[in-house]
Design a protein. Sequence first.
Lengths: 448, 277, 290
Amino acid sequence: MKKRKLARKAAATVMAAAMAMTALAGCSSGNGQSNSGGATTAADTAAATTAAAADTGSAATAGEVTIKFRYWADNTDYSQLMQDIITKFNAENGKGITVVGEETPWDGGAYSENLFNVKMGGGDIDCATWKLTSTPLFVNNDLLADLTPMIDTWADKNDIDDNIYGIMKEAGGSDQIYVMPWNIQVLYVYYRPSIFAQAGIEVPKTYEEFLTAIEKCTMDTDGDGKTDVYGFGMRGAKGGQEPWGSFIYGRGGSFEDMTTAGAVQGMQDFIDIYTKGYVPPTATSDGFNEIIANFQSGLTAMTIHHTGSSANMVTALGDDVSAFPFPAGTGQWTSMGDTETVIFESCKNKEAAFEWVSYLATGEGQKLWCEGTGNVPVSKTLQASEFFQNNRFMKASIEGQSYAGILPILDTTTEWISTLWPNTVSQALTGSITASQCMQTLQDGLYQ
Amino acid sequence: MKHQSLARRIISYLPLVLLLVFILFPFYWTFITSVKPEDELYGAAVTYWPRVITFESYKKLFTTTVNFLAAMKNSFIVASLTTMVSLTASTLAAYAFSRYEFAGRKSLMCIFLCNNMFPTVLLLIPLYTIMRKLGFLYTPASLVLSYTTFTIPFSVWLLLGFLNDLPMSLEEAALVDGCNRGVAFVKIILPILGPCLVATGVYIFMTSWNEYTFAMMFTNTDTRTIPVALKSLIGQLGVQWDLLTAGGIVTIIPVCIMFFFAQKRLVEGLTAGAVKG
Amino acid sequence: MVKKRTIWPYLLVAPAVLIIVCVVFIPVLNAIVMSFQSYDLRRPKDIAFIGLGNYQAIFKDSLFWGALWRTVVWVVCGVGFQFLFGFILALLLNRSFTGRGIVRAVSMIPWVTPGVLIGLMWRWIYDGNFGVLNDLLMRFHLVSAKIPFLSQVSTAFPSVIVTIIWQGIPFFALMILAALQGVSTEMYEAADIDGASPAQKLFFITIPSIKNTIFVTALLRVIWVANSVDVIFNMTEGGPAYSTQTLSVYIFNKGNALNLGYASAMAILLALVLLVVAIPYLKMSFGKEE
C-alpha cells in the first residue's frame, strides 16, 4: 500500500512537471508574438496584423504581407530610432507591408554568427542588418537572395555610387549583388587643436608628417618625468586592423600582399610608436571604449575613428576636437566601415522585403537613420544635403571616400579579424616576433 | 582579560572581513559606477564616491527599449521552472545511484559526468533545429528544457555526494522499524537532505539565471532573459556603462534577498532527526 | 546498498535519463562525428570524412599545446584557491553571530552576478589608465607607474585567474556549508572533552565527515572551470598575444569561426583529459562500495 502511494507521488510529480512544460509551450507560443509587459516597441501597431501571420511569417490575408526583420542596435537611442523608422514605414508604405522588427545584441560581432546558426537551424527571418565580412559564409551556404534583378529594375538604382555596388559584388565573390548598401563610415583622424598648439605643430599633410606629429605630441606636461599625453591612441584589440591598414598603405604596402618591403616597413612604424612610448602602454588590449575614453580625457592627442562617435566627442570636448583625413604617404588608404542589409533566400515575398530595404537605403529611412546616427549615407542626393555638408567630421569622411577601402572579404576574414590579427600584432608589439614574421603570419592566415 | 578577548575576537573575525572586502568590492564599484554621471567615469582622477549622484540610469532601464522588467520576469520564470524540474529528476536519480546497485549504474553515472564536458558552442545548430521542430522556440520551455539537460548531471552528482555522506544506518533503523523505502525516504532522508536540496536548488537556479548562449539563441525580444538584455547594451560604439551596471545591481539585489530567506533552511538539518551513534 | 533486482532504480532514474537523451544526445553524437570530418561551414562543399586528420593537425598545432598548458594552470590555480577561500568562508559562516543571514546572502554576490558584468567590471577595475586598482596601488605608493594588467603578457593571465577565483568562492562556500550541517555536534563535544585543539578537530572530524562533498564539488568545479569561457572572453578575448587563451577559449573561437570539425576534435581531447582527471575519483567512489 505504502509502496503504491510513493509510486503515485513520484509519477504525479513527474507528470505535473511535464504538463507544466507543455502548457508553457502551448500558451506561450501565442504570447511570444504579442506584447506583454509595457514595452514601447513598434510591434504594438503590428501586433494585431501579425498575431495570425506570425506562425507562417508571410501573407495572412490577400495583399497583406509580414516581413520579419532582424537588427542590432548600438545603444538604446538607436534602438528606439530603428523602431520609430519601422513604425513609420508600416504606417506609410501603402502596400500592406508590415515589418516586424526583432532586436538582437551586437555581442562584439557574434551577431553574425548567431544569425548564421539561426538560419542554418531553419529560423524564419526574412531580412536583416548586415556586416560585409560574413558574406562569404552565407553565400557558400546558399542562404542569401540574389538582389541583382530587383536592383536593376529599381528607380533609385543610380542614387548609389557604382563603386559601392562594386564592393558588394566583391564581397559576394561574383557578379551578383547579394548585399544591399545601407550606410558607410569612413575612418579619419581625430585630433585636439589645443595639444597641437602646445606642441607647436600644424595638421599633418603627409604620412611622414603624421609620424612626426605623433612624436611631438607625446609630452610630459607636469615635469614629473612621466608621459602625460601620448601622441596617438593605438587600437590593438579586435577592430584595430582598420586604423592599422593606413600605416601599411602609407609606406606603399597593400592587403593583396602584406609581405612586401613597404608593408613590413609600415608594420615597423606601428611597432616603433609602441616601443618608443608614443602610445599608451595599454594599446595591446585597447578597444573602441578605451581609445575614445583616452582621447576624451586628454590622455591622447589623436585617434582614429568615424562620424559615429563625433556627437559624443563634441559633447565632451566642444570646439577642442576636429578631424583630418589620413594623409598620403607612398600610398593612401583609410578603412570604409560598412553596414548593409540582406534578404534571405527563404523569404517568401522578396519584393515586399525589397521595399523595406530600399526604404532604408535611399528612402525616408535613410534620411532618418543617417541624420540620427551621424553615419555617412550611401544615397548621393542625401550626401549633398546641407546637414551632411556642414559638419566638419562629415567633411573629413567625404574627403576620404576616394581612397577608402575594405579588407579583402574572404571566408577566412572573420577569424582573421577576431583572433589572428589582435594576437599576432600584440606579439609583434611586445617583441616576441619581428615585423616581417608578423606580416608573414597575417598573409598566410588570410590567404590560406 | 577584556583586552585579550577583544583582540582575539578581532583576529578571529579578520579572515571573514578580508574575504568580504574581496567579495564585495566589485559590487560596490558596480554600484557607484551606476550612479556616476559619464564624465566623472573618465575623469582624470578616480573618485570613490560620486561627486554627483544620479539615478537616471535606473529610470532608463525600465522605461526605454531595454524593458528590463520583462527580462527579469522571464529570467525568473525560466530559472524557477528549471529548478523545480531539475531538482525533482535529480533527487530521484541520485537516490537510485546511491542506494541501489543495478545494471548500467556505473555507465549511466559516467555519461552524466561526461555530458557536461562538452562545450555548448558546438551544439548550437542541431539544438536550434530540435527546438524549432518541437515548437518550443521563443518560449520559456526551450530554455527550461536546455537548462535541465545541463543541470541534471551536475545536480545528480552533487546530491550523490551529499547522500553518500549520510550514513545508511539512518534508513536501516527505519526499515527495521517496519517502514518501507519510500516512507523512509520522505520522512527521514528528505528532511536531513533539506540543506543539500537548498544548496543544489540554488546551484540550478544560478546556472539558469546567468546562462547566456542558449538564451541568446532561443529567445526573441519579448522572451529574452537578463543576460541577453544586458548584452544588448554593448554595441559597436561601446558599453553603456550606466545602464549595464544599473542592470547588474537590479539583478543582484532581488536574488540575494531570495537567498537570505532560503539560507534559513540551511540550519534546519540540525534540528530534524538526531544522528545517534 | 540494495543489491537485489528490482525495477525501482530504473524508474527513479528514468526522468533524468529521458530528458538528457531526448535533447542532447543527438547533438553530442553529431559533434563527435564532425570531429572526424573536415567540417568547416565556411566551405560547406568541402565537407568530407577525413578520419584522424583533425587530430593530426591538432597535435602539430603549437597554439593547442599552449592552450592546454594554460588550461592546466587555469584549473589548478582557479579551483585550488576557490576551494581554499570557499572552505574558509564556509567555516566562518557556520559560526553563530548577529547578522549572519545577511552576510551569507551577501557572500553569494559573485555567483549571482551575470557573466558579462563580471568580465566588464573586472576589466574596468584592472584598466591601465582609469582603473581603481591602479589608483589604489599608486595612492599607497606600492608602485611608481600604472600597471596595464590586461595588456601585458606577464600580468594578463594572473589577472583573469583572480577573477575566476572571485567568481567561484560562493559555490564552494555554499556546498560545504550545506554539508557541514549534517555533521553531528556530538563528535565535536566528545573531542572537546578529550581536549582536542581546533586544528585537530578540523582535520580529524570536519574534513573526513564531508569528504564526499569536497571531492564531488571539486570535481564538478574542475569540469566547469575547464570549460568556462565567458569570464576570459569578456575580459581579454584570449589575448594579448594568446596569453589568456585556454583550450575552452580556443575551441570557442574556432567554433565561432565555424570550423566545427577542428573545434569538435579539440573538445573531445579536452573531454578525454577531464575524464582522466575524473577516473581516480570514480574508482574511489565505486571501489568503496565493493
